[in-house]
Write a protein that binds this ligand. Structure first.
Ligand SMILES: [Zn+2]
Length: 261
């Protein structure tokens, strides 16, 4: 794989994000869960992308989305660039509005997307479709009365809308402005959170010792301690920020959920 370079810290950094058209199938083997811990995904490109840099993001847009809106179906952080390959840390499986025109082939440079997603003036829309069978969790809609189908469709529609707003908020927040985690909060030896001082103090009561132990406790502990040393945002503050932004985004992003019968 390529040589990792440190993201530029310069404030006048003019490097851009990258936008690529892709299908869900193209990304199947590039999802974080499909990658080994130390493995990066890559996308084949012509030449070496020069207007972007490690630390910037690559966004994958699905141009075959229902309706006339494009949507982003994955994004990752660029980790390295070399001739013919753009490496990134995996394509997160998301659905969010696409703010730029995806290229019909190859890739295009776009202004960094995250700040634009959290801009208060944002007006965006995204369309997704669901099927009655999906809403019913796999049951054939013919086996259920119409009223039940409609009830489940309403629940599914609502849940898709929430997912989209949360995915967008998660992609949009500025991680660098979150408080750094300073402690690990263990719930027994099973669950662990990286928290800032204030959150640790607040949640201390949740900490207890018992007999449940994560089967990979040692590895987990080591991994979390390394994460803490390298610097990572507080889990709770991050979740709060995402929740608040998702609420705000509900006003600025028009989510249309079509039913594909
Ligand atoms: Zn916190």
């Amino acid at each position: 794989m390529g040589v990792r370079t440190v993201p530029s810290e310069q404030s006048e950094d003019r490097t851009k994000d990258v936008l690529i058209s892709a299908t869900a199938g193209d990304l199947a083997h590039k999802r974080p869960l499909a990658l080994d811990a130390d493995e990066d995904a890559y996308w084949r490109v012509a030449g070496t992308p020069r207007q972007t840099a490690p630390g910037r993001r690559v966004w994958f847009a699905d141009r075959d989305a229902p309706g006339d809106t494009d949507r982003v179906i994955g994004w990752g952080e660029i980790t390295a660039l070399e001739d013919g390959r753009l490496y990134f840390d995996g394509a997160r499986d998301v659905c969010l509005p696409c703010l730029d025109d995806p290229p019909s082939r190859g890739f295009t440079y776009v202004d960094p997307v995250a700040p634009r997603l959290r801009d208060e003036g944002l007006q965006a829309s995204v369309t997704v479709s669901i099927t009655p069978r999906e809403a019913l969790g796999g049951t054939d809609p013919m086996d259920v009365d119409d009223e039940t189908v409609e009830d489940f469709l309403a629940i599914e529609r609502n849940s898709r809308r929430k997912d989209i707003l949360r995915d967008t908020a998660r992609a949009a927040i500025d991680e660098s402005t979150l408080p750094e985690a300073t402690s690990l909060l263990w719930i027994d030896r099973a669950e662990v959170y990286t928290l800032c001082g204030a959150c640790f103090h607040e949640d201390r009561e949740a900490m207890w010792t018992g007999s449940t132990e994560n089967p990979n406790y040692r590895e987990l502990r080591e991994h979390m301690q390394t994460k803490l040393q390298q610097g990572t945002p507080c889990t709770n503050c991050r979740a709060d920020r995402i929740r608040a932004l998702a609420d705000d985004l509900a006003e600025r992003i028009d989510v249309e959920v079509l039913v594909d019968r």
